[in-house]
Design a protein around this ligand. Structure first.
Ligand SMILES: [Zn+2]
Ligand SMILES: [Zn+2]
Length: 144
């Protein structure tokens, strides 16, 4: 981990603090209904990391967890309700919300689940109907 960068993150109230180290495996936007209804926002800006890259440095006992399906464990701060990250055990990756790590230069490479979008984004970045083929999706692209 010698010269890898470490980025600071935290929840809305600051009770939970964490770091992510290295570079994300992927960055982009998810337009799925699950992200929308959990976040109460139209789109989720994600950064995906190996679980070992994410380290909670304060407030670990203050983190709530909810799994609607075995694919995702959604984490939030029990004090302020602010979202932290979502573990995806099947993918072996953790989604750290881009908004929580402002020190990271967010460079979205893909929009996923665009077939479900309620907010079209005309940024020229590739739009996938669902997920990439390597994540079990169709890998099919759709128009902006
Ligand atoms: Zn909080
Ligand atoms: Zn989603």
């Amino acid at each position: 981990m010698g010269n890898e960068r470490t980025y600071q993150g935290g929840c809305f109230c600051g009770a939970v603090q964490f770091t992510v180290t290295g570079e994300p495996a992927a960055m982009g936007y998810c337009h799925c209904e699950s992200c929308r209804t959990w976040s109460a926002g139209p789109v989720n800006a994600f950064t995906l990391w190996k679980p070992e890259a994410v380290r909670v440095t304060r407030g670990a006992d203050n983190i709530g967890s909810y799994s609607k399906t075995p694919n995702s464990a959604r984490k939030w701060c029990k004090t302020c309700g602010g979202h932290l990250f979502t573990e995806h055990p099947g993918l072996g990756l953790t989604d750290v919300y881009a908004a929580l790590i402002p020190g990271l230069s967010f460079q979205p490479g893909v929009h996923v689940n665009y077939q479900e979008t309620v907010l079209r984004i005309h940024d020229g970045v590739v739009k996938l109907k669902d997920f990439p083929a390597e994540f079990g999706g169709s890998g099919a692209t759709v128009p902006e």
